[in-house]
Design a protein around this ligand. Structure first.
Ligand SMILES: [Zn+2]
Length: 195
């Protein structure tokens, strides 16, 4: 089944290049995992745990106990410096994809629908439009897992589980990237031509 999307032509290719470029800037091979927190640091974007904004211990424990339906958000406080607030109770793989997603909004220079929020943590995601969400989803997934990295793993006969461990990504994210890149088709072509 073809990978359908509302993304502008060329966006995906540019996202793949961006994922490689940041790895180069951080002296990482193209196939290496890229830690979202390190990338944020490289881009001088502060990442805070949502719990840092809670004043009462009960708030933190209730946050841990319930899924609030949000995972991370990017904010521009009064200082003008962009920060990302994320849910530290999510799994490490989920935290990686959440922070990469929010970094992608910032890298793409997306603006919020509701500009001018004062600095407080809303219990819901900020609203970006649908195209911005698709762009952040696409770029975030590329930043986390490069196409070359997927091909490298497939050549080594790595399972999705092994790939998810290598990239510190969820299995769902690996599957999404495999679908998006069509690497399986490319790989079976390579292996056929190699034999
Ligand atoms: Zn988003």
């Amino acid at each position: 089944m073809a990978f359908k999307s509302i993304l502008k032509r060329g966006f995906k290719a540019e996202a793949e290049r961006t994922a490689v470029r940041y790895r180069k800037e951080l002296d990482l091979p193209e196939i290496a995992p890229l830690c979202a927190f390190k990338l944020a640091d490289h881009l001088s974007i502060e990442v805070c745990k949502a719990t840092e904004f809670l004043s009462l211990p009960e708030e933190a424990s209730s946050m841990q106990a319930y899924d609030f339906g949000w995972s991370a958000l990017a904010m521009i406080p009064a200082s003008g410096k962009k920060i990302i607030i994320h849910n530290p109770f999510s799994t490490p793989a989920r935290q990686q994809s959440d922070v990469m997603h929010e970094l992608s909004h910032i890298i793409c220079d997306h603006t919020f629908n509701d500009e001018e929020l004062d600095f407080e943590v809303p219990m819901g995601m900020r609203s970006y439009n649908e195209l911005f969400e698709e762009e952040a989803k696409c770029l975030g997934s590329c930043l986390q897992i490069t196409r070359e990295g997927l091909l490298w793993g497939l050549r080594k006969k790595m399972t999705n589980h092994q790939l998810s461990e290598h990239f510190n990504a969820s299995i769902e994210m690996i599957e999404y990237r495999v679908r998006m890149t069509g690497v399986n088709r490319q790989f079976s072509y390579y292996s056929r031509s190699a034999t």
